[in-house]
Design a protein around this ligand. Sequence first.
Ligand code: ZN
Length: 302
Amino acid sequence: MSVAFATEVIRRLRARGVVVSDNWTDWRRNGNGQTSAYAGGIMHHTATAYGDAFPALVAGRPDLSGPLCNSAGCADGSITIVAAHPANHAGASGGRGTRPFPDTGVFNRMVWGHEIVYPGTNPMTDAQWHSMVQLGAVICEILNRGPEWIKGHYETSVTGKWDPGFAPPDRSISMNDVRAQIHDALEGDMFTPADRQFLDDIKEQLTGSREPGQFPGFPSFVDPTVKLSDVDFLRRIDQRVNTLLAHSDTQQEALRDLTQAVSEQHGIDGDQLLSAITTAINEELERASLGSSKSPRPEQPA
Ligand SMILES: [Zn+2]
């Protein structure tokens, strides 16, 4: 089961746009010798520098033999597959947040362990957070279980582990937040919160539910005659756009789908609308480029 499970993890992560490295280790063979009975996943931090702790994750430490996880979450958001078979990461279960898992001394065989490579005393990168959520969703999909089967180590540990950190003032991150995002990811939304905000902003300007140029980042790019505030129209386009966005693989594709839906509804040229939006966004981003390196920047349409 283990290799088939890991293979499916890889395939589904890639389908969700996560970069996966499966050539770094002999992951098909690696394991602690137990037979897997995966029922969920556990998220950890490595308590090392951001980036790359792979030799140790495969080989283990003086006090604990490897592999120390099934997958590693790199600082750039990519995921490296370390071991298909159960690994030594979770210890025994029985902490206060263990349910629906049982209390057991052989917990590792039940859980896919994801070590996110960051200090834990500082937050993980946005990219690491995103790929953690996508991995959680993928595990739930394969097992046909809900997000309650994805835990943080601090929830199941009986030895006082507090990973993954870091979220002042509570130290550990909120796994309830993570599970809520996994729930959304299972609904088909593959965008980061920043992507989502960006697309929502454009959608609201296009549909006239907000004034164009009212919020930071975007000038008025919509012809005033295009605006419609009819409630039925808004509801219809909202449903249509949300469906389209849920099935778009990239932000650029989502933007194209969105403008297409709006333009069909209005009988205007979709390419022209998309071009006008893209130009306006890029001009605005150029103006506000200081400190906004994380802002989404769609490519010019071909
Ligand atoms: Zn841990």
